[in-house]
Write a protein that binds this ligand. Structure first.
Ligand code: ATP
Ligand code: MG
Ligand code: MG
Length: 380
């Protein structure tokens, strides 16, 4: 049988490996970490850095098609692999998503609104920032995730100090917007240009980290849904994207939709698709990269997804890690537990997720609140 390769060994890679294996593929993971969640479950695990020449040669040798689960994998590594193997998404697409300045330029080029912003790479650009961008959020252009590499600034003095704190690397200053709520749209696009999408996810973030995803999105109107989906399609098509792509949107108090950022891979806000849809985002990644047909996914159960962060392993601030009471959670009907096989819990670390399905949105929500109470997750 064919072997599918994935750059990166995190939980997204692990769930991709599960999907690939259940469809009969062998898998190869490239990740330097010997205990990476995906490496632990893959047929092959190449343990080198992303740009290691021997590692890339070995991945291209064993894999018939290659994808990435890590948005910051060097685009050059994907381009090198693409010389001998089909690679999806392409390095050129990933390069846009890796850089907030290029990402915003792409949104604007697609006619999709994004937050008013300024690029800050030099002291002159910092000095030229206009007051209408404050209060704002200073974000490093590259490598940030889960709210890391971001500083909220109210005044010009705070902005100047924040850029120093971020080591004066390339940043984007975004105006702080009055968010009514946040949504994301996951699309899958094939090499032939066929494109399908999942129903909108509504996302609650806490401390910059996704906490809860609800589908169907409770606050979304038909107009918001249509506009967000059309924008997500346009964003993917206009970079000739192949694979699964997630775009995050802010919905403002006045109903306007603003694109926040995109991820060139399956996304945390799509984990519910494993248990609540007839085809998961990971299966669609397999289908897109191998040229299998894409089908429009159907949500068969209303659901909520709760992220299980490492904090839950230290209830009341205890210093010794202890496993949450899974049995009590699994006694509730409609709970689907996913743990990523990470041995060490740390505050803010994504250890797993719980998807709760129900016959109705109200039933799913009631069960999710019960599960949250058991686990020590604040109500939502
Ligand atoms: P991810 O883990 O999703 O990649 P990230 O570190 O790249 O996160 P962002 O998505 O840019 O960070 O921001 C994290 C969260 O901070 C957003 O989901 C939103 O709640 C809030 N936020 C970001 N930018 C703005 C803004 N311009 N105005 C208001 N809130 C914002
Ligand atoms: Mg991000
Ligand atoms: Mg984000």
């Amino acid at each position: 049988g064919a072997t599918l390769g994935v750059m990166g060994g995190g939980q997204l890679g692990r769930m991709f490996v599960h999907a690939a294996q259940s469809m009969g593929y062998r898998t190869a993971v490239l990740d330097a970490d010997a205990t990476s969640p995906a490496g632990l479950v893959s047929h092959e695990h190449i343990r080198t850095a992303y740009l290691d020449a021997a590692g890339l040669t070995e991945l291209a040798r064993v894999a018939d098609a290659i994808t990435t689960e890590f948005e910051n994998v060097p685009a050059a590594a994907l381009e090198q692999l693409a010389q001998t193997r089909p690679v999806a998404p392409a390095g050129a697409s990933v390069a846009i998503c890796q850089d907030r300045a290029r990402e915003k330029a792409h949104f604007v080029g697609c006619g999709v609104d994004c937050a008013p912003h300024a690029i800050i790479e030099t002291p002159e650009q910092l000095a030229a920032v206009t007051d209408d961008l404050l209060p704002g959020i200073l974000k490093t252009s590259r490598m940030g995730y889960d709210g890391k590499g971001q500083v909220r600034v109210k005044t010009r003095a705070e902005l100047i100090a924040a850029w120093d704190d971020l080591q004066r690397v390339g940043c984007v200053l975004e105006k702080m917007l009055p968010l009514a709520y946040e949504v994301s749209v996951i699309v899958a696009r094939g090499r032939d240009g066929q494109i399908v999408h999942f129903p909108l996810q509504q996302n609650l973030h806490r401390d910059g980290i996704l906490a809860v995803t609800t589908v169907p999105a409770p606050n979304v109107t038909e107009a918001v849904s249509q506009q967000a989906c059309a924008s997500a399609h346009q964003i993917a098509a206009s970079m000739d994207y192949v694979g699964v792509l997630c775009t995050e949107f802010f919905v403002l108090a006045d109903g306007r939709i603003v694109a926040n950022e995109m991820a060139p891979r399956p996304h945390n806000s799509g984990h519910h698709t494993i248990d609540a849809c007839d085809v998961s985002q990971f299966e669609l990644q397999v289908r897109a990269m191998t040229g299998l047909p894409l089908v429009a996914p159907v949500l068969h159960s209303p659901c909520l997804m709760l992220n299980l962060l490492g904090d839950l392993w230290f209830p009341g601030g205890v210093t010794v890690q202890q496993e949450p009471d899974w049995a009590a959670v699994l006694a509730l009907s409609g709970t689907h537990l996913h743990l990523y096989g990470k041995a060490e819990a740390r505050a803010g670390r994504k250890m797993g997720h719980l998807t709760v399905t129900g016959a109705t949105p109200q039933a799913a929500r009631a069960t999710a609140l019960q599960a949250a109470a058991i686990l020590g997750i604040a109500p939502f």
